[in-house]
Design a binder for this molecule. Structure first.
Ligand code: PMP
Length: 426
């Protein structure tokens, strides 16, 4: 830990909080963040040379595990040809074709550089297409840090949205309605009042930013019906779930067809990439075919496309998603069985290769209020003790965990053995 401590001290001199994205700073769990030297398969290696089994996987994209040889090779070959051209390439055509094939609702695709850009652009398109200003999102869902999306609920479902960060004018937030996840009645109520003004619903089809909360039966289908009834656009934010919950994303897993889909980090295999896409009729409203402006100097970057294409090709191997789901289920159920054995109240959620542990006696956690009412202190203890045992979980109790193809039976068993030691002492 010595080197991480030193690096963190230095980092804080010239980088706000010592990090380039807030959750990395370990504020929620306390202590010093680990500075990472390298990663391979299921492992992270910190600056002091200690190895950890990693369940963050760069916050999701490493479906195949870290430093996958096919992706690394593709990147090296692309680099040989130049880093950026600012002109179209064949790789972008291949990427759009592949995405449309794997996620058929994405008839047309526009590449961007992050999940934030994807959601921000999809919302602008939904507003431009419908000519409406309001959008509806869910409490506890995160869609990146665009102004309209950093908004929390007011005091009731239909009060004006309130900015959740200084720097966002209240005038921007007032168009964002925020209602409870997994509660169709709250959505119906909002639409009954102002449905004709709502351009879109944006939703994480499995919420991964309030720990891991899958949709309850009928929730996503209900959203689809409400959007159809009111002529609103349904945007699935699959930045986390795309190519992760299933090969075709959560939309394939739950059998739901959105109008627009946002993809992020997973599509780049670890490079800074995002994308949005959907019905051709809607997507044609984007510039240059349509009037809704959206652009990016580095969008469709050749190195990023090479990494993404290699990743999306490798994840099509037969049986991969069954194996991921099976291992994730085993891991989550294993945590729960060990917690039960030691008399610690715990609830688990999982979907595909996403999972969440909640220190709570609520049997099934389905919304934000339940998620934030979990025992944070217990989680923080658990977190640091697992770190000592060589297991790296997300450094906050409201983040989902990710299993990769490199997390085999042995790795799962080693993780559960660590949890047994830690939970026995908790
Ligand atoms: N949407 C979801 C569902 C996310 O989980 C995230 C990031 N974790 C984003 C959007 C924003 O993506 P990015 O951090 O790449 O801007």
């Amino acid at each position: 830990m010595q080197k991480s401590v030193q690096l963190f001290e230095r980092a804080q001199q010239h980088i706000p909080g010592g990090v380039n994205s807030p959750v990395r700073a370990f504020k929620a769990v306390g202590g010093t963040p680990l500075f990472i030297e390298k990663a391979d398969g299921p492992y992270l290696f910190d600056a002091d040379g200690k190895r950890y089994i990693d369940y963050v996987q760069s916050w999701g994209p490493m479906v195949l595990g870290h430093n996958h040889p096919a992706i690394r090779q593709a990147v090296l070959e692309a680099v040989e040809k130049g880093l950026s051209f600012g002109a179209p390439t064949e790789a972008e055509v291949l990427m759009a074709e592949l995405v449309s094939q794997l996620v058929p609702s994405m008839e047309m695709v526009r590449m961007v550089n992050s999940g934030t850009e994807a959601t921000m652009s999809a919302i602008r398109l939904a507003r431009g297409y419908t000519g409406r200003d309001k959008i509806l999102k869910f409490e506890g869902c995160y869609h990146g840090h665009a102004d309209a999306l950093l908004v929390k609920a007011g005091s009731g479902a239909l009060t004006l949205g309130v900015p959740s960060s200084p720097g966002i004018p209240a005038d921007f937030a007032q168009h964002t309605l925020t209602v409870e996840y997994n509660n169709l009645d709250s959505v119906r109520q909002a639409f009954a009042e102002v449905g004709e003004q709502i351009a879109c619903i944006i939703v994480e089809p499995v919420a991964g930013n309030m720990n891991c909360i899958p949709p309850v039966e009928g929730f996503l289908q209900g959203l689809r019906e409400i959007c159809d009834q009111y002529g609103s656009i349904l945007i699935l934010d699959e930045v986390m779930t795309g190519f992760r919950v299933a090969l075709g994303g959560a939309q394939a897993h739950y059998g739901i067809t959105p109008d627009l889909t946002c993809l992020g980090k997973v599509i780049g295999g670890g490079m800074p990439v995002g994308a949005f896409g959907g019905k051709a009729e809607i997507m044609r409203h984007i510039a240059p075919t349509g009037p809704v402006y959206q652009a990016g100097t580095l969008s469709g970057n050749p190195v990023a496309m090479a990494a993404g294409l290699a990743s999306l090709t490798a994840i099509q191997q037969a049986g991969l998603y069954q194996q991921l789901s099976h291992n994730t289920e085993q891991l989550a159920k294993g945590f729960k069985a060990i917690a039960d054995k030691h008399g610690i109240p715990m609830s688990i959620n999982y979907a595909g290769s996403m999972f969440g542990l909640f220190f709570t006696d609520v049997e099934r956690v389905t919304n934000y209020q339940q998620a934030i009412n979990c025992n944070q202190a217990q989680f923080n203890h658990f977190y640091h003790a697992m770190l000592t045992e060589g297991v790296y979980l997300a450094p906050a109790s409201y983040e989902a965990g990710f299993v990769s193809a490199a997390h085999d039976q042995v790795i799962i068993e080693q993780t559960l053995a660590a949890a047994d030691i830690v939970l026995a002492r908790l």
